[in-house]
Structure formats: structure tokens, C-alpha cells
Design a protein around this ligand. Structure first.
Ligand code: URA
Length: 264
């Protein structure tokens, strides 16, 4: 693997930044300073950055699913409804990262790395999440927008300030970093605009983009690294809200061969 890619895989930085770090002469391979980002390395090499040994990138996969409505985001459902794990074919056991309501569509992550899933689900992983909410009672007026932005009193306390943009008379783009149960639905209902449809379009540095409903794709190593950095820094950390370039892949329907590998 190219040295710059190896550093990016290990979560050090984006590939471009890794190339700069290499050019600065800060990277050594088996004791030799290397300024060539294309140098071929693997986990048997002693790769160091500023003299500190780099832990080899773990062999893990993270998938982005555009969750359809009616699918639950737990690993198992007592009511027999389909789960996100059922509809993503994978070689290894997958863990959903966080939750979306059964009737919410949009971006949800699944990984075969239970520890990563746990870390990304922890309340300290406060990355921004953006939802598109189609609401009743349109048009949504400025006074309702202001209340949503300032924080709404709910039964479990006041919500933190949110970014709220009216993208159509009946559609709001709402960005929050909290993750309370049915939070967006309760916020909108509290200002007189119950949610008719809800879709998560962004999670930290990741965007749903053109991924079709029901389709799945593997995250690139750069996206995984950016996600880990966003979580490690909390919502104030570097990269928590910035987007990373997506692999220009065609969206894949589960099972059509373009998504993750089928079960072994
Ligand atoms: N807020 C909600 O109300 N529902 C979700 O699924 C996610 C955020």
C-alpha cells in the first residue's frame, strides 16, 4: 500500500495531509526517513511519524445505508420487523451505529467493529447530524424557526441551540448534536409543526448524497478516518462538520453485487 494511504488508513490525517507530512520529512520506514508518498509499505514495516510508531490500520469495515422507512435500526426486533442488519449483506456480524426511528429514513452506519460502533454511539460522540423534516401546518413562520433555533422546552429538558433553515415552505433542514429519543419530531411538534417525513442527510463529516433509499456502500478509509477524528474531537473537534470527498461509486442495492460482499 502507498505510504500516504497507509497513514490515512491508520487515521493520522487525510491522504492529502499525509502526503504533506511525508514531504516534511517527518515519516520514517524501518528507520529511514522517507519523502516519497508512493513508497510501498505494509503492517510488517516499522512506520513512524515524528518518531512515534504508527499502529497498523485495523481491518474493519463501515457501511453507510440509506435506511428505508419501516426498517428498525436495532440488530434484532421483537416484533419481527426487518432490521438494518438484515438488509445489509456482510461477511461479518454488523453493529448499527446509533438509532433512527423506524419511520425515519436516511443515513445510518453499520460496522463489523463492535468497539468502533460503541465509541461512535457514546453520548460524548457529539457530532452534528442534519435532518430534512417535512412538516404539517406549512408555511413554517419565522417565529417557529426562531424557537427551534433557540431551543425548545421538552419533557426531558430544553434542547440545545440548533441550526434550522427553511428549505421549502414545508421542509426544514435541522442540525442538532444531541441524540435524544425522537428529538426532531418532538421539537417540531412543540412549535406546532408535527413531522410528516424525516430523513437524516448528514452525520458529522459524512453526507448521504445521492445514495438511493435501500442502497448501501462501504465507507472509504479516508471517510472512516475522518469519522474517527470527528468523534475523538467531540463536536468542537477538527473535521466534525466538514465533509470528506466520497468515493465516486454508483449507489448499490443490497445484493446486486456492488455493495459489501455477501455472507461467507
Ligand atoms: N430525531 C427524531 O425525531 N427521529 C429520528 O429518527 C432521529 C432524530
Amino acid at each position: 500500500m502507498r505510504l500516504a494511504k497507509y497513514l490515512a488508513h491508520a487515521g493520522l490525517a487525510s491522504r492529502r495531509r499525509a502526503e504533506e507530512i511525508i514531504a516534511e520529512g517527518r515519516v520514517s520506514v524501518d528507520g529511514e526517513t522517507v519523502r516519497d508518498p508512493a513508497r510501498d509499505v505494509d503492517e510488517r514495516r516499522d512506520v513512524r511519524v515524528d518518531g512515534r510508531r504508527l499502529v497498523p490500520p485495523p481491518d474493519r469495515e463501515v457501511f453507510m445505508l440509506h435506511k428505508p422507512a419501516g426498517v428498525v435500526s436495532t440488530a434484532r426486533d421483537t416484533h419481527g420487523r426487518p432490521t438494518v442488519v438484515d438488509i445489509v449483506p456482510a461477511r461479518r456480524r454488523l453493529y448499527p451505529v446509533g438509532r433512527l426511528d423506524a419511520d425515519t429514513t436516511g443515513l445510518i452506519l453499520l460496522t463489523d467493529d463492535g468497539e468502533l460502533a460503541h465509541r461512535l454511539t457514546h453520548p460524548s460522540f457529539e457530532v452534528d447530524k442534519t435532518y430534512l423534516a417535512t412538516v404539517a401546518g406549512a408555511p413554517v413562520r419565522e417565529v417557529a424557526l426562531r424557537r427551534l433555533r433557540d431551543g425548545v422546552e421538552l419533557e426531558d429538558g430544553r434542547t440545545a441551540p440548533a441550526r434550522v433553515d427553511r428549505v421549502r415552505p414545508d421542509t426544514l433542514a435541522i442540525t442538532i448534536h444531541e441524540g435524544r429519543k425522537r428529538q426532531v419530531r418532538r421539537m417540531c411538534a412543540a412549535v406546532g409543526h408535527p413531522v410528516l417525513a424525516l430523513c437524516r442527510v448528514r452525520l458529522g463529516p459524512l453526507e448521504l448524497g445521492e445514495l438511493a433509499e435501500g442502497a448501501v456502500r462501504a465507507l472509504t478509509p479516508e471517510e472512516i478516518a475522518a469519522l474517527s477524528r470527528a468523534g475523538a474531537g467531540g463536536r468542537h473537534g477538527p473535521g466534525s462538520s466538514r465533509s470528506v470527498p466520497r468515493r465516486p461509486s454508483r449507489p448499490a442495492r443490497p445484493g446486486d453485487g456492488a455493495g459489501p460482499a455477501p455472507p461467507r
